[in-house]
Design a protein around this ligand. Structure first.
Ligand SMILES: [Mg+2]
Length: 271
């Protein structure tokens, strides 16, 4: 059983994990968030969303000022108190949004791959796709180091597209609803490990890490944790962790924020 007095860091995915996949509600997790805030335990949001969008959500959740991991790990917003960090306020890893966009235009022109990026459409279209308000949808387009897209071609063509991206130093990642192109050297796990090191230096002891996620793309993050909660998800493949990873895993019965609170309660309460 874990103690709330341990030097804890909580890393959590958003859609389908802390937030309901359809309504974006997190109320079932609200009591836990309040408890963690009282104990000064950092809850670090970790998503494929942009930093601008996540800063908005972070505020709604009462987590403002804490670090967050955006764009699948390509962007890290540092703690608002870490002003002496050379990259403050934001770390950007790998190729920029503009560089990736240029590569995508080239591949599209050369091989006629069919896809629609968030840059190809206006805010009202993104609002339709995501169910967000147009104001919030505008924040989803402020990518700094990745490109989000909807794939409109065959599976075979997708494999070819991913191969061509890899040759150019980029990776193709499947998120909750969309696909994301980012630098091959970026990832939620690398971003999380960087933050764990920063906390370790500050706290002078190794943080105890808990990760929560619901999708296959959360696996690398969860494998980098001491404890993982796999929230029951929509994805049929589920989350498969490498068998050699040392992480202790709990799989929830409930989906979304209900699963989030179920997993946290299980970790911090004797079975
Ligand atoms: Mg998710």
């Amino acid at each position: 059983m874990l103690s709330l007095d341990a030097p804890l860091l909580i890393f959590t995915d958003l859609d389908g994990t802390l937030l309901d996949s359809y309504t974006y509600d997190w109320q079932p997790a609200a009591d836990w968030l309040a408890r963690l805030r009282e104990k000064n335990i950092p809850v670090i949001l970790c998503s494929s969303k942009t930093a601008a969008e996540m800063l908005h959500i972070q505020k709604l959740l009462g987590l403002q000022g804490l670090p967050l991991i955006a764009e699948n790990g390509a962007v890290v917003e540092l703690d608002s108190r870490w002003q002496t960090h050379p990259d403050f306020p934001r770390q950007i890893f790998g190729a920029s949004h503009a560089e990736i966009s240029a590569v995508l235009s080239k591949l599209r022109a050369r091989s006629a791959f069919k896809f629609t990026t968030f840059d190809d459409v206006d805010e009202s279209t993104i609002a339709e796709w995501t169910g967000l308000s147009p104001a919030q949808a505008s924040l989803t387009r402020l990518h700094e180091a990745s490109v989000t897209l909807i794939w409109r071609d065959s599976d075979e063509r997708m494999a070819e597209f991913a191969r061509q991206l890899n040759d150019l130093g980029l990776q193709f990642v499947h998120g909750a609803r969309f696909w994301h192109v980012l630098d091959i050297t970026s990832g939620k796990n690398y971003a999380a490990n960087g933050l764990i090191d920063l906390y370790q230096r500050q706290w002078k002891r190794r943080p105890v890490t808990v990760g929560l996620g619901d999708g296959p793309n959360d696996a690398p993050l969860l494998e980098a944790m001491d404890y993982a909660v796999i929230v029951k998800g929509l994805n049929r493949e589920g989350v498969v962790l490498r068998s050699d990873s040392a992480v202790q895993v709990y799989r929830t019965q409930h989906k979304g924020p209900e699963g989030w609170q179920e997993g946290m309660t299980r970790l911090f309460t004797a079975p």
